[in-house]
Design a binder for this molecule. Structure first.
Ligand code: GLA
Length: 390
């Protein structure tokens, strides 16, 4: 028996088995700020994400460490006394998931260690937090034999973020990460959670992710503000229309009844939600027909609507989108995610990608003084257990 086999025998006998889990990041192709308005989104999971290694302990302690935040050291909690604490920083995400599972009656009856490492750029709006949540959720599900269907894990992770962390996000990020499929984007109806996969056949084009490297300041408070504005717009429409969400309205219905929304800001927000939802459905149809040119045009319209009606772009994301629009071989470009900084995406002909990156990087730097980073999106699979490690 060689050394490796002996080590693995040791782990087997003394139950020091380590398990390995992975959850991707996500990028949204179109359908922004529609999820919490009961509309459609069209995101995909990425090939990069959060890796985590799990090992059981003999006591009820949880010990968490992230190689991305070494200064935070090991963060400890007790299984029967998990609470939000700002000082726990990133660890509030995994702790929130564990606590949420407990709240729903799932038994997690043994302590453990979890080591995290992620290659999603932090704060870029590619959902590093939802990725940590799902990595934790699939780990708990497996190790404690909870047998929770993946889509329920997705909902628990959203609940953890809403109630434990206090960020009032919609379901898109957790869904894309929990239910992603290699080579496919997901058309998700956020009202019903009905979904379908759409093969991302880009015919010699790439999705280039452009990271503005602008910190997403005030993103959470502005996000909650937008949600509030949409809720008030919906209430105004509900005085005469029997609808439960803005996502139920067609463009024509909205135009007919929009004057019920007296506040002009709230009317603009609702307009974006309704038009963006219809744009998303149209975009997926065009993609299926192989009409990438129209798909790209709809991406551009999405950005303009997020800029003018929803007002979540900011000068950095506008600079990236505008620079991208002016390049050869570009079919479309838009901001992605919550906005206020973070990333934009562009649909670019493979042969033009290099020049695109050089040119956009330069224009962006000249305009903002910031350096953008660029990644070619490669579409990966869902949050899952990876091969066993010893
Ligand atoms: C963030 C939220 C999502 C979604 C997007 C905007 O990523 O977490 O739920 O609302 O913003 O589309």
């Amino acid at each position: 028996m060689n050394q490796l086999a002996l080590r693995s025998k040791f782990n087997e006998v003394f139950k020091k088995e380590k398990l390995y889990f992975f959850a991707p990041g996500r990028v949204n192709l179109i359908g922004e700020h529609t999820d919490y308005n009961g509309g459609h989104v069209f995101p995909c999971a990425l090939s990069f994400g959060t890796h985590c290694v799990f090992c059981k302990r003999d006591d009820p302690k949880i010990r968490l460490y992230s190689l991305n935040f070494p200064n935070q050291g090991v963060i400890e909690a007790d299984l029967d006394n998990i609470a939000y604490d700002k000082k726990q920083d990133w660890a509030n995400y995994p702790l929130g998931v564990i606590k949420t599972l407990q709240n729903h009656g799932y038994v997690i009856d043994q302590g453990f260690e979890l080591l995290f490492w992620g290659d999603i750029p932090n704060g870029a709006g590619l959902s590093s937090s939802a990725s940590i949540e799902l990595a934790t959720a699939v780990a708990m599900n497996k190790v404690f034999n909870l047998y929770i269907p993946q889509v329920e894990l997705v909902k628990f992770c959203q609940e953890a973020e809403n109630k434990f962390v206090g960020m009032n996000c919609g379901i898109m990020d957790q869904f894309a990460i929990g239910m992603g499929k290699e080579g496919n984007a997901i058309l998700l109806d956020c009202n019903t959670l009905d979904y379908e996969y759409a093969p991302l056949d880009l015919k010699g084009m790439s999705i280039v992710i452009m990271n503005s490297n602008k910190r997403r300041e005030l993103a959470d408070s502005k996000y909650n503000e937008r949600r509030g504005e949409c809720e008030r717009a919906l209430k105004a429409l509900q005085t005469q229309l029997p609808i439960k969400s803005l996502g139920e309205l067609s463009v024509e219905e909205f135009e007919k009844h929009k004057d019920l929304i007296v506040n002009p800001v709230e009317r603009k927000r609702a307009k974006h939600a309704v038009y963006e939802n219809q744009r998303t459905l149209e975009a997926v149809k065009k993609l299926k027909e192989g009409d990438l040119a129209t798909f790209g045009k709809l991406m551009n319209e999405s950005h303009v609507s997020l800029r003018d009606d929803y007002e979540v772009t900011g000068k950095e994301l506008d600079a990236l989108a505008e620079a991208a629009w002016a390049q050869q071989g570009v079919l479309g470009a838009r901001m992605t995610g919550a906005g206020f900084g973070g990333c934009a995406i562009a649909l670019v002909k493979d042969a033009d990608v290099k020049k695109f990156i050089d040119n956009v990087g330069k224009i962006y730097h000249d305009k903002t003084g910031l350096r953008a980073d660029f990644y070619i999106a490669s579409v990966g699979g869902p949050a899952r257990e990876m091969e066993k490690m010893y």
